[in-house]
Design a protein around this ligand. Structure first.
Ligand code: NAG
Ligand code: NAG
Length: 623
């Protein structure tokens, strides 16, 4: 146990301290924390000027603000003693992901497979402790070396999983020095992932897989992606693949993909929609993904239809062993028969087949829907754009959307930082707001990136606009933009030549721009930040949140300290956080991040007096 500090003695002295003395006490502590720990913030956008001592100029204002915010802060700090740093969680939480407690789900009455799904409402997520890295944790290797070699101590994996690593989709090797090597070249099938990818391209009618982009295929959802070889290969062809896989305690595909620096997220087909709007992806890929497509009256196929854009592709590769086991081959499997029959009811056409692989194409026009007979799956009457955490549908969505445009017509549309008037129009985005987001991000990224150095916390801090730090400080690969807007940060990072990918999160309650982001070839997901994010601990290198905290404090009214703790969980040691928000919110966050032991510094904005940056780094706290 930690020895009680002098402050604690002070409180414990009188058994029932009066309210006044408690309030006084809180003011002192919070003012001290805030003032002492941010002595010389530099002035943002004021290169060359000497830093203005923040404490004198703002002390009075700060003290007034502190008093008025006192009751709020007490409420935010639920689960956190206001006195000091948080305690560490036990070892059992090293690789823990909240919301997937099967025994708690069963107790709450979930069954028929639903107990393995995400249920935050029944999980006791408010632990109020800091997750520490496992004993052997090491900072990941830099990209691109880190794509093929990871530290075995960083992931939760059993020896059995190495031994069974001959499985086609999951091939990896244990090396000396506690490293795991992945072979990108020979994964998925016996012919290797390159051949597999070319085979898919040919089945679609393309000359080679380098023509995917021209055919309008830019964003792929890979279900139960194994260790991500297919996505890694498509990545080299400039396609974006998001791996989505169920929560797994050991050898998690999501944890391994993210450790390799490949986009992945926890999600599963059980009873609810995946966290994406309708008409989001150009291709949905399932290679031996273990989904029972023939169950629930085809509801999983209806969900794939919802996710696919018009003219998009569903690629299914059935299990090789099963197909070989039955002398009749994959075409006579129950799953193929069911899908081929169901395809008539949802207007998919079988485009090609080869060995165990099949490709269906979603209809690009409406003729098929109009000409269908009785027994067909009905069209949804009102488009259900509210796709976050909703039950699976029994109708086809997206048909009334302005975004109903066949992917084959969109191949020359915007990608990355380029944009196209027609595409902005179908997303109902005005070019001015789009361009503004992009140029603001381009300016911001120069500042942010140059601030990502431990120098920022020294007595002679680095200034915005200074040269980029030398390696190894800029080891950033997995970036999360927690409130991504139009994906401007992502575009600016790529424009600046950083070899990163960004998980563009569109929080619930803000304008849903995710289809536009995915259309640009970026990764993303919908998420309610009042709940834990569906990922493993230590999976992101940099978290960026602009305007997110104020949104959640004022509109969603959730707990700021819980949100910061969750950010700490998903951030790897020595990872960075950039919070960009209103002064008052940053001040609150500043007090709280001290409790979760981040190094932090407030940066003022000269162009906007009401805004601040809070640059934080998570320390590497060893066991
Ligand atoms: C899971 O839920 C059970 C039953 O509520 C509880 O006893 C257990 O501590 C929980 N496990 C974790 C890791 O939170
Ligand atoms: C897509 O392209 C085809 C062929 O050029 C054209 O006939 C069709 O109207 C286009 N559809 C849309 C929605 O733009």
């Amino acid at each position: 146990m930690r020895k009680p500090s002098a402050h604690e003695h002070f409180v414990n002295f009188g058994r029932c301290p009066s309210l006044n003395s408690l309030i006084l006490y809180f003011i002192i502590v919070i003012a001290l924390i805030t003032v002492l720990s941010s002595p010389y913030p530099t002035t943002w956008n004021s290169i060359g000027q000497s830093p203005v001592p923040y404490i004198y100029r703002n002390y009075r204002k700060l003290r007034e603000q502190t008093t008025s915010d006192l009751s709020e802060i007490q409420a935010f700090s639920f689960g956190i003693t206001p006195l000091g740093e948080l305690q560490f969680c036990g070892k059992e939480r090293d690789n823990h992901v909240p919301c997937y407690n099967v025994s708690a789900n069963l107790l709450a009455g979930f069954h028929d497979g639903d107990e393995i799904d995400r249920h935050c409402e029944v999980d006791d997520v408010d632990t109020g402790c800091l997750v520490r890295p496992p004993k052997d944790y090491k900072i990941p290797l830099r990209w691109p070396a880190g794509k093929d070699i990871i530290w075995s101590g960083n992931v939760k994996i059993t020896n059995d999983q190495f031994l069974s690593s001959g499985s086609m989709k999951k091939r990896m090797m244990l090396l000396e020095d506690n490293q795991i090597a992945f072979h990108s070249e020979d994964g998925l099938t016996f012919d290797g992932v390159k051949d597999y990818s070319r085979q898919i391209a040919e089945m679609i009618g393309l000359g080679s897989d380098s023509e995917f982009l021209q055919a309008g295929v830019r964003t792929v959802l890979d279900m139960e992606c194994g260790f991500g070889s297919f996505g890694a290969h498509l990545f080299s062809l400039k396609l974006m693949t998001i791996c989505i896989a169920a929560y797994e305690v050991f050898g998690s595909q999501v944890q391994l993909n993210l450790e390799r620096g490949l986009p992945a997220i926890i999600g599963s087909f059980v009873s609810r929609q995946l966290p994406y709007p309708s008409l989001s992806f150009d291709m949905v890929h399932c290679a031996q993904c273990g989904i029972s497509w023939d169950k629930k009256d085809g509801a999983f196929l209806i969900e794939v239809d919802r996710l696919l854009k018009p003219g998009g592709y569903f690629v299914l590769t059935l299990s090789t062993s099963k197909a070989k086991g039955s002398s009749l081959g994959a075409r006579n499997s129950i799953i193929f028969t069911f899908i081929e029959e169901f395809a008539q009811k949802i207007c998919w056409s079988l485009l090609g087949e080869q060995d165990e692989s099949f490709i269906w194409q979603k209809t690009a026009g409406f003729n098929c829907y109009e000409s269908r007979k009785q027994g067909a799956v009905p069209l949804c009457t009102e488009e259900d754009e509210e796709s976050y955490n909703k039950p699976l549908l029994a109708c086809l969505s997206g048909t009334t959307s302005k975004r109903w445009v066949p992917i084959q017509n969109t191949s020359n549309w915007l990608a990355g930082s380029k944009w196209n008037l027609e595409e902005l129009d179908i997303h109902e985005v005005h070019p001015d707001e789009f361009i503004e987001d992009l140029s603001a991000s381009e300016t911001a990224i120069k500042d942010y990136w140059s601030l990502l150095t431990p120098l920022i916390f020294s007595d002679h801090p680095k200034r915005p606009g200074d040269e980029d730090p030398l390696p190894p400080f800029n080891m950033v690969r997995n970036v999360m933009d927690m409130n991504a807007n139009f994906g401007g940060l992502n575009a600016a990072l790529l424009e600046a030549g950083k070899s990163v990918w960004v998980m563009n999160v569109i929080p619930t309650g803000v304008r849903n721009t995710l289809p536009l982001i995915l259309g640009r070839g970026f990764a993303g997901v919908l998420h309610n930040w009042c709940e834990p994010f569906p990922t493993y601990p230590r999976t992101y290198d940099l978290l960026h949140a602009m305007g997110l905290l104020s949104h959640y404090l004022t509109l969603e009214k959730c707990d700021l300290s819980a949100l910061l703790l969750e950010m700490d969980r998903i951030l790897r040691p020595e990872g960075w956080v950039v919070l960009h928000d209103k002064v008052q919110v940053i001040e609150k966050a500043r007090a709280l991040v001290t409790q979760i032991r981040w190094d932090a510094r407030v940066i003022e904005s000269k162009s906007d007096n009401d805004q601040r940056l809070l640059i934080c780094q998570k320390p590497f706290l060893r066991k």
